[in-house]
Design a protein around this ligand. Sequence first.
Ligand SMILES: Nc1ncnc2c1ncn2[C@@H]1O[C@H](COP(=O)(O)OP(=O)(O)OP(=O)(O)O)[C@@H](O)[C@H]1O
Ligand SMILES: [Mg+2]
Length: 325
Amino acid sequence: MTAPAIEAVDLVKRFGDDPDERPAVDGVSFTVPQGTVLGLLGPNGAGKTTTVRMMTTLTEPTSGTARVAGYDVCTDPAMVRSNMGLTGQAATVDELLTGRENIRMIGALYGIGRRDVARLGDQLLEQFSIADAADRPVKSYSGGMRRRIDLAVSLIASPPVLFLDEPTTGLDPRSRIDLWDVLRDLVSRGTTLLLTTQYLEEADQLANDIVVMDRGRIIAKGTPLQLKQQAGNASLVVTVSHAADLPTARELMARAGIEVHVDAGARRLTAAAEGIADMTRVAGWLQDSRIEVDDIGLSRPSLDDVFLSLTGHRAEDDENEESRV
Ligand SMILES: Nc1ncnc2c1ncn2[C@@H]1O[C@H](COP(=O)(O)OP(=O)(O)OP(=O)(O)O)[C@@H](O)[C@H]1O
Ligand SMILES: [Mg+2]
């Protein structure tokens, strides 16, 4: 068995001196096997960035430790740094240099040969669709372009372990999907990825495992599927074409022994369902009774539902700490 690529061991970070105040990160432990993706989820202020900063040697843990590629962040920070890449929440590229010059500079810092940097750089500029702007100073880039050059730069050294703090914040949908493809490609070639995100779909798309944090603590762990199952069962949703059919449709669905919720305005009936078998059964009954339907489908809880059921609030709407107590 190989050692995990990333390991957090009871990480604690306290910013103030007040022992009564809850630490920003309050005893966080998890492991990330090599070649997999961990999604670190949580609302604003949950402690995601602070956790990443401790794991990437940018700030010292108050207690506990972390290991990256087998090296301890407290006792071996230089080895940790040479085995990881980081894209922080705020862009770190040099504004006055062009995109290409930024790549060259970082390549040189990592001791990569000029020719390799040029080749890799071209490839990354192309991949992130910034080839056209490569020779313009970064200060002329849009927010999304900065985000992308930042990511390109963090990939130049091909580190085995990559930390990305909200990598797709500020990207348009097309660029987000492109970036997901780049990341999947990296992971398929053995890179281990830890990414924080507020986009639950992103975690769903990319992560093998998810850790959900809230107010410094881990409140749930599991695969995306496990977390979704935890949030409840699937439901069967039927939209009848004619409102007059609602009562009959309701009776039919109730035959399956389940409680049916009717939204008369939308001509929609909803009931808990085990799976596809329930759906096909009900579809058959509806057809036998000649009830026309606009739509019939099975809906599973989304990660949004999971988040809501775990934290009592959605990922986006929690600017105000007080509002959730
Ligand atoms: N340098 C600092 N000094 C004091 N408090 C800090 C510092 N950095 C973070 N904090 C506090 O630690 C807590 C966790 O912050 P952190 O940035 O880790 O959250 P986050 O999960 O990354 O949030 P976001 O989704 O908004 O990026 C917050 O209450 C924040 O105010
Ligand atoms: Mg953050």
